[in-house]
Design a binder for this molecule. Structure first.
Ligand SMILES: Cc1ncc(COP(=O)(O)O)c(C=O)c1O
Length: 395
């Protein structure tokens, strides 16, 4: 009889259970909304990246349905063979315009945009200088490129300078940061990093996954927020979070985008979006331009909720964005906080090692423009009850 080569996995899962870190997937039983039902439980949802509520916006829904009627449900090929539809090109033109760059290219996800871009721009003779908290997709792109990876402590521009100073001359150096860091909600020090990139001749790249639709005029991202137009060579964004649909994009110079057409492996070897997704993303850009008051509502809610958590005495770290962590340290405690919140009608995901450092486990909250004040007050009251119960805060 064949021995099961995957038998070791049972022990791995038992070990996660013993540490209180074993998770089951929460199942959403309706639309992705601020108040909704997961696992048969009605909850205030503080776990989605649906910052502006666009997943269910009528204009996006209508655009997607029309595209299905006109163009079908699939693109049928990778972009470089038969899968470039006019609607993909239209979306890319709209994104370039929105980001104020010469050109843009869309990938299947933000993950593949980052991994595909970093791995195609660098070779084994090159260097990448990367913030220690950059997203996993950047880290994977760095590894795939086989370039030498130099990691600087979080947001430490002086340390990045020391690393650059010590490098031998190389064909290419890529300096890379997240615009908004997804677990802490703080901003990358973009102006200082742009100065550094110019000083050392680096390609400057920012991953604005959590900044697009949130920061800058009409949600143009951190490049716009900091007034860095023209100083960032590669801007990555996602269409899966504030934009409400699915995908990732790279915006920059036309020559760079054309280079990616030839070298970025997810672009070359994976089928393009269904036309309905591209149509929904175009409609989302229209909404960002026509209805900027949605972004104002997001920020009003963010200020209210963050201040509420802080007044209760929770450690919310260094967040500057709608992502507000409630840092408790121990992984099992974070999971228990999350579970008890859920049982009382608030969904805020527990996050532990390896997603964050072992002693920085947390519950991560993300408010959206579509939460009502009642939703947020209910969530704060529930955080208070459970925080007291678990001894995280004290009366
Ligand atoms: C900072 C950051 N970059 C990239 C991504 C990947 O984006 P997507 O979900 O579109 O693949 C994420 C999201 O999970 C993220 O948080």
């Amino acid at each position: 009889m064949r021995l099961d080569p995957l038998a070791y996995l049972a022990a791995e899962l038992d070990s996660l259970k013993a540490q209180g870190l074993y998770r089951t997937l929460r199942v959403l039983e309706g639309e992705q909304r601020a108040r909704t039902t997961f696992d048969h439980t009605s909850v205030v949802n503080l776990s989605s990246n649906n910052y502006l509520g666009l997943t269910t916006h009528p204009r996006l829904r209508a655009a997607a349905l029309t595209a299905i009627e006109r163009l079908g449900v699939g693109s049928g090929s990778v972009r470089t063979i038969a899968g470039t539809m006019a609607i993909h090109m239209e979306l890319e033109e709209r994104l370039a315009d929105f980001k104020k760059t010469e050109a843009a290219v869309v990938f299947q996800s933000g993950f593949t945009a980052n991994a595909g871009t970093v791995s195609s721009v660098l070779t084994k003779d090159d260097f990448v200088i990367s913030d220690e908290l950059n997203h996993a997709s950047i880290i994977d792109g760095c590894r795939l490129s086989r370039a030498t990876i130099k990691v600087f402590p979080h947001k430490d521009v002086d340390a990045a300078r020391q690393l650059l100073r010590a490098l031998p001359s190389a064909p290419r150096k890529l300096l890379i940061t997240d615009g908004v860091f997804s677990m802490d909600g703080d901003l990358g020090p973009l102006p200082a990093l742009c100065d550094l990139a110019e000083e050392y001749g680096c390609i400057m790249m920012v991953d604005d996954a959590h900044a697009s639709g949130v920061f800058g005029a009409n949600g143009r991202g951190t490049v716009d927020h900091f007034g860095m137009h023209g100083r960032v060579d590669i801007q990555v964004g996602t269409l899966s979070k504030a934009v409400g649909a699915l995908g990732g994009y790279v915006a920059g110079r036309r020559s760079f985008i054309e280079f990616l057409y030839h070298r970025a492996r997810p672009f070359l070897f994976s089928t393009s979006h269904p036309p309905s997704v591209a149509a929904a993303c175009i409609a989302a850009l229209d909404v960002l331009l026509d209805e900027p008051e949605i972004i104002d509502r997001l920020w009003d809610n963010t200020r209210f909720f963050k201040a509420g958590l802080q007044t209760l005495g929770f450690n919310t770290g260094v967040s500057e964005s709608p992502i507000t962590p409630v840092i408790v340290g121990d992984g099992a405690l974070a999971m228990s906080l999350s579970d008890r919140l859920f049982a009382r009608g608030v969904f805020a995901q527990g996050i532990a090692f390896p997603t964050v450092a072992r002693d920085k486990a947390r519950v991560r909250t993300i408010v959206t423009a579509t939460h009502t004040r009642d939703d947020l007050q209910f969530a704060l009251d529930t955080f208070r009850t459970v925080g007291l119960e678990l001894g995280i805060i004290h009366g």
